[in-house]
Design a protein around this ligand. Structure first.
Ligand code: EPZ
Length: 417
């Protein structure tokens, strides 16, 4: 198992480019199942979750060709409409094939995801939505079996709670359903909009993606298309905090600043200087930081996927910051590891109370999930001495060459086996 060894204390300087979005590329790959013509995606990041999704698609019947950051998918026929437990337990986003499979071939068998490091994360809203579209669902032996031999029928689906992949899954199911589907209380995340843009290029009729109400007019078939994935807003946000926490002067290029408006505003309130030299670039200059409270929310609010990183930043800010996590019930695993490095954090249910600034010192810590691990990297960059982060395979799920990118900006970080 790989580890990162990081010696902190260097202010990051220079430029770091952003990769394509993992959470946009995952549904886009699944969307290729909706047509028997080739779909080419550009700017697909080289991360482990993407490789897992590609493996799943190959088992289902897709031919997958990878050329640098371009991925060409061709699914002449669905050979096996199944997502097995072995894959779903390593990546919950595998359930994104449920909607496309039922839409394309009238049946799917997808493993239930089971427990997760950050919360319960059921997929009951995906199932409820498919039932509304006329699918018969049976749950047995840890699997969901969905059937719609006569095809799906458009309907109104009102999500009790905003769900990102639930919205994406249902959108992919509805594009080939008969008649009109309305998704209400839909997720407004940029990744949902990006998926809709791809589906429209494939011939789908979708209005309102990016708002809470998405209207889909089903069509008989979709065709091939070519699409470039949006920049990864969580990766861009990670680098923004890396610049602020090290008191550096860092320029993050090839990003979409609009997508991380909530983070930029918090980092500015905390005292760092953030400017936007052009539409795809952010520059951050760190300085004396002060504590600012934060609550995670669905987009366009502050992303839960950046909560751990923000907590690391607040350990270096003057005062008390209250961080409220509203999306997942167990997403504070990083707090104990940050405490091992000297952070003063008290957990109280959905709240973390961070007192700063504390002197962080290098220590041995363990990565528990993708974003928690990134927060440990950030803390290590600000800490005195050497930090060893174990189980960095979690980081490899969603960050493309993070150590190379950070090292280019002066970070003393290396990977050891
Ligand atoms: C997506 O997960 C992202 N994953 C997550 O990113 C992200 O943290 C999350 O959205 C929230 O922004 C991908 O896009 C692949 P949800 P998703 O359904 O869709 C509850 C990362 O680090 N819920 O929006 O699975 C759920 O338990 C990952 O890159 C139900 O109760 O999240 C949670 O509390 C981690 N029933 C809330 O809704 C359901 O059927 C929001 O979850 C679905 C969700």
């Amino acid at each position: 198992m790989d580890k990162f060894i990081i010696t902190g204390g260097t202010a990051l300087q220079g430029e770091i480019p952003t990769s394509g979005s993992k959470n946009s590329a995952l549904p886009a790959l699944a969307a290729a199942l909706l047509t028997d013509e080739p779909v080419t995606l550009h700017r697909v990041p080289h991360v482990r979750d993407i490789r897992t999704m590609q493996r799943l698609l190959v088992d289902i019947g897709s031919k997958v060709e990878v050329d640098h950051s371009a991925v060409r998918l061709h699914t002449p026929a669905i050979v096996c409409p199944e997502a097995p437990y072995e894959l779903v337990k390593t990546m919950r986003a595998s359930s994104l094939v449920l909607g496309p499979l039922v839409a394309r071939c009238g049946r799917a068998r997808v493993s239930l995801p089971g427990g997760c490091a950050i919360g319960a994360r059921p997929i009951n809203f995906h199932i409820f939505g498919l039932e509304r579209l006329g699918a018969r669902i049976n749950q047995a032996h840890g699997y969901i079996e969905a059937e719609a031999p006569e095809g799906l029928q458009g309907a109104t689906v009102h999500f009790d709670r905003i769900t990102v992949t639930g919205t994406e899954d249902l959108m992919m199911a509805a594009v080939l359903a008969r008649g009109e589907t309305m998704l209400r209380n839909a997720a407004r995340e940029p990744e949902v909009k990006d998926l809709a843009d791809l589906l429209v290029k494939m011939g789908a009729k979708i209005e309102g993606a990016g708002t809470s109400n998405i209207r889909i007019q089903g069509v008989e078939r979709l065709h091939g298309a070519e699409h470039t994935i949006i920049p990864d807003r969580i990766e861009a946000g990670t680098f923004l905090i890396a610049g602020a926490i090290t008191g550096g002067d860092l320029t993050i290029t090839e990003c979409n600043p609009e997508h991380i408006g909530a983070l930029v505003s918090k980092v500015q309130q905390a005292g760092a200087e953030v400017t936007q030299p052009d539409t795809a670039t952010l520059r951050v200059r760190g300085g004396g930081l002060r504590s600012v409270d934060m609550t995670t929310e669905e987009y366009p609010g502050f992303a839960t996927d950046l909560q751990a990183h923000y907590m690391a930043l607040m350990t270096q800010a003057d005062g008390i910051a209250i961080i409220l996590e509203t999306i997942f019930e167990n997403r504070f695993m990083h707090a104990q590891e940050l405490a091992r490095m000297g952070a003063k954090i008290r957990l109280d249910g959905k709240q973390a109370i961070v007192a700063g600034p504390s002197l962080l010192t290098g220590a041995g810590v363990i990565a528990s999930d993708l974003r928690a691990s990134a927060s440990l990297v950030l803390a290590a960059l600000a800490a005195r001495g050497e930090t060893v982060i174990d189980r960095v395979y979690h980081i490899d799920r969603g960050y493309e060459k993070i150590e190379t990118k950070l090292a280019r900006a002066g970070a003393k970080i290396r990977r050891v086996e």
